[in-house]
Design a protein around this ligand. Structure first.
Ligand code: NAD
Length: 238
């Protein structure tokens, strides 16, 4: 595939590459995305997923929230796939500076990536809303219904950015800085529909913008290179 050849060359020449990704990066690890045909937005629940994973719903109906969250968003046995692994290797080889991700699954770190900006937080960090004690994801998964702090009884909340909640400023600033300085920007496995995260790629100033996705995105016309297909399968061939 000619596009793979070009990407291979660009990555070999790159010293400040950045990867910006979304839920599609983890579908080959068995974690469903939101907007694919078999994604969570096309299954039926009592409430639309956007409602369930919002800040106000979390406070009003934590039991319902956690039922959905534990069943559909906590995949603690998922393992990194070839895309996560290739990105970690590219960083170790000095071609990639950072991964900016909308994912909350921690699979980039599990694959060995060191510089990961998690725009939407992580399922692996959870805090008591009262005393701020830390809990891991296993504690949340094992809780019968709503996880409660074992010290003060406060409700435990995942450090995940819910709808209606702002992104963490420091994380956004670091992501903007690394994208602004990138020589190659690879955008993969994201529908680029969730703002403000998707808007971050506007900070890229170079002319090596690469899109890797199964389906078209609103940014296709601006890309310098498009690879269509499954990101794990494609990156494995790099
Ligand atoms: P999305 O569901 O809106 O879009 C996923 C995109 O990836 C689609 O365009 C789809 O065609 C593409 N895709 C799916 N599998 C692919 C594959 N194997 N190879 C290439 N492309 C593939 O996801 P989004 O843009 O990341 O936005 C959804 C929000 O959902 C994000 O904010 C994210 O935080 C959250 N989310 C995270 C996870 C996770 O952590 N794994 C899972 C679901 C949703």
């Amino acid at each position: 595939m000619r596009e793979l050849e070009i990407l291979r060359t660009w990555l070999e020449e790159s010293r400040r590459g950045v990867f910006f990704g979304g839920a599609g990066v983890s579908t080959e690890s068995g974690i469903p995305d939101f907007r694919s045909v078999d994604g969570l937005y096309h299954q039926s629940y009592d409430y639309p997923p956007e409602t369930i994973i919002s800040h106000s719903f979390f406070l009003q109906a934590p039991g319902e929230f956690y039922r959905f969250y534990k069943e559909k968003m906590l995949y603690l046995n998922a393992a990194p796939n070839a895309a996560h692994q290739k990105l970690a290797q590219l960083e170790a080889a000095g071609h990639l500076k950072a991964v900016v991700t909308q994912n909350i699954d921690g699979l980039h770190q599990a694959a060995g990536s060191r510089k990961v900006y998690e725009l939407h937080g992580s399922v692996h960090r959870n805090y008591c809303m009262k005393c701020h004690k830390f809990f891991d994801a296993g504690y949340v998964k094992r809780a019968e219904s709503v996880p409660r702090c074992d010290v003060c009884g406060g409700m435990v909340k995942p450090d995940v950015v819910l709808y209606e909640e702002p992104l963490d400023n420091a994380t956004v600033e670091s992501a903007v800085k690394t994208i602004t300085q990138a020589d190659v920007l690879i955008v993969g496995g994201t529908s680029l529909a969730v703002y403000p995260a998707a808007g971050l790629i506007d900070y890229y100033q170079g002319n090596r913008l690469v899109l890797i996705n199964k389906t078209p995105t609103p940014y296709d016309s601006r890309a310098n290179l498009i690879l269509t297909g499954k990101i794990g399968e494609l990156m494995e061939q790099l």
